[in-house]
Design a protein around this ligand. Structure first.
Ligand code: FPP
Length: 256
């Protein structure tokens, strides 16, 4: 186990991924259309971003629209697209002012030219910010991510610049989204379901999972703080035994 691995046991998560579920039910419980829940969900997004900034968590990844969400009723998909465009245009200056770098992950080719243009502009404006990287997964799927990486390596094999035997986990991981950011430490899902729904499949290999009944619009600093406190209390073993981890932890506090 490396020193870096050991440090993960006591530190705050360096990368948090969130499946923001429950907007529709939140709205329906109040007799409102589902899109109302998505709008309220944007307030929860703001809170989560500002919470990560306050704590100094360097990477936050939000699952905004999965590759399977196109199956939803046409009017809901269209409202979500309008909301994304509105939020991008509305929030990008605030994000920039707060040193947030915006990074959209997913297959963007299916989005309208207007949305693609806004995404490109927002990413370019915030590219140099170092306070927090906010990754928004849009038309994203974990299987797509892995297939996309495999395709890039296959192309190199076809070009004759890579031998199949040279394909290792490490090489493949360099072609997976967000490979230049800290490893995913904590994956949170709100809304009560206990599944990861094709989110960050590769990146979640050693992430701690946290499933909450809270519906996304009700997600606030207290809920986030509780999830992080639960993360900090967990013993991450990365294949080692508990005794090894405790021994290393004792060693790391010696002389402090
Ligand atoms: C899942 O709730 C939520 C979504 C599919 C959309 C999430 C979008 C936002 C929070 C707004 C925009 C965010 C950004 C980052 C621009 P659901 O509709 O599946 O809820 P349900 O399970 O109660 O039906």
């Amino acid at each position: 186990m490396t020193e870096e691995t050991q440090a993960f046991n006591s530190a705050l998560p360096q990368h948090v991924g969130i499946i923001m579920d429950g907007n529709g039910r939140w709205a329906e419980r109040q007799g409102k259309p589902r899109v109302w829940g998505h709008k309220k969900g944007v307030d929860a997004v703001r809170k989560a971003v500002s919470f990560c900034r306050k704590l100094g968590i360097p990477s936050l990844t939000l699952f905004a629209f999965s590759s399977e969400n196109w199956r939803r009723p046409e009017d809901e998909v269209s409202s979500l697209m309008q909301l994304f465009l509105f939020v991008l245009q509305q929030e990008v200056k605030v994000l920039h002012k707060n040193q947030v770098r915006l990074n959209i992950i997913g297959d963007l080719s299916r989005f309208s030219p207007g949305l693609q243009e806004s995404i490109a502009k927002a990413q370019a404006l915030t590219a140099g910010n170092t306070g927090l990287t906010l990754n928004v997964a849009a038309n994203y799927g974990g299987r797509w991510d892995i297939a996309n990486a495999a395709q890039q390596l296959a192309q190199q094999v076809a070009n004759g610049t890579l031998q199949p035997a040279e394909i290792t986990e490490q090489l493949l991981s360099q072609h997976i989204q967000m490979h230049d950011q800290p490893e995913l430490d904590l994956m949170i899902r709100t809304g009560g379901d206990i599944r990861i729904s094709n989110f960050l499949l590769w990146q979640a290999a050693y992430a701690e999972l946290c499933f909450l009944d809270t519906l996304w619009p009700d997600f606030d600093d207290q809920v986030f703080a509780d999830a992080i406190a639960s993360f900090v209390r967990r013993e991450r073993r990365f294949g080692c035994t508990g005794a090894q981890i405790r021994e290393l932890a004792a060693g790391s506090t010696e002389g402090q």
